[in-house]
Design a protein around this ligand. Structure first.
Ligand code: DX5
Ligand code: ZN
Length: 237
């Protein structure tokens, strides 16, 4: 299991985005998390494929595209063509979730499924073998800067146990309210892909802050492995 840091640019300074993305690259970001909102699935609007396409020209970082839209199936090809590397769709927006996952894989991209905080894990039961990533929303989607919902620790742990038992190469991404306080506990609970938005963009030194987040997350992962080894059970992956 590897820690992946995916800064969300939702609360970045959009008038200075290229410079901010360079700082994230220097700080060792693994990907950029791009939040697409349509004003229907969530009550907020962000941006679409043309913006993704222009960002594609200024960075080689993989684009992790989080589609908070109704009927995400209509946009898969556009976001793939704009330069997406992973597309994550919300289970709540997809009556034909399996079909969409297959369509994303057919485009040659990583496929993710996102769950809102109140959506139970069992909706993943028959797609888990097909996907690369589960995005667990740890706030209700729509805005950056909200407080982490603490019940989500239990959800992360439950999903990690399910994935470990089946030995699946599926990342658990957490999105919402990740900061220096919650980061350690989400990693201990079993998350390995961390979306960090407002907590990061509040920092004066973006590069230094991102490096500090990585150290903290990797230490938390090691500690949780040692803790488990010490208690006689094996690390989860
Ligand atoms: C919220 C978005 C998040 C958001 C997280 O709906 O999906 O990616 O940027 O922001 P923070 O880290 O501020 O909670
Ligand atoms: Zn997101």
């Amino acid at each position: 299991m590897k820690i992946e840091l995916a800064p969300s640019i939702l609360t970045a300074d959009f008038s200075n985005l290229a410079a901010q993305i360079r700082l994230l690259e220097e700080g060792g970001a693994d990907s950029l998390h791009l939040d697409i909102m349509d004003g229907h699935f969530v009550p907020n609007l962000t941006f679409g494929p043309p913006v993704v396409e222009s960002l594609r020209k200024i960075t080689k970082l993989p684009f992790d595209i989080h589609l908070m839209v109704q009927e995400p199936g209509s946009f898969l090809e556009d976001f793939a063509a704009a330069g997406g590397d992973a597309l994550t769709v919300h289970a709540e927006a997809c009556p034909h979730l399996h079909r969409l996952v297959k369509a994303i894989k057919k485009l040659g991209l990583k496929a993710g499924v996102a769950l809102n905080p109140a959506t139970p894990l069992h909706v993943l039961e028959f797609v888990l073998e097909e996907i690369d990533l589960v995005l667990l929303m740890t706030v209700n989607p729509g805005w950056g800067g909200q407080d982490f919902i603490t019940h989500m620790y239990r959800k992360i742990g439950k999903l990690r146990r399910r994935i470990s038992r089946a030995r699946l190469p599926v990342d658990i991404q957490v999105d919402g309210g990740i900061n220096r306080t919650t980061l350690k506990s989400v990693v201990a609970a079993g998350a390995n892909s961390l979306v960090i938005g407002s907590a990061l963009f509040k920092e004066k030194d973006l590069t230094g802050a991102l490096r500090a987040y990585r150290n903290q997350a990797e230490n938390a992962l090691l500690e949780s492995w040692w803790g488990k080894a010490g208690s006689g059970s094996r690390p989860s992956l």
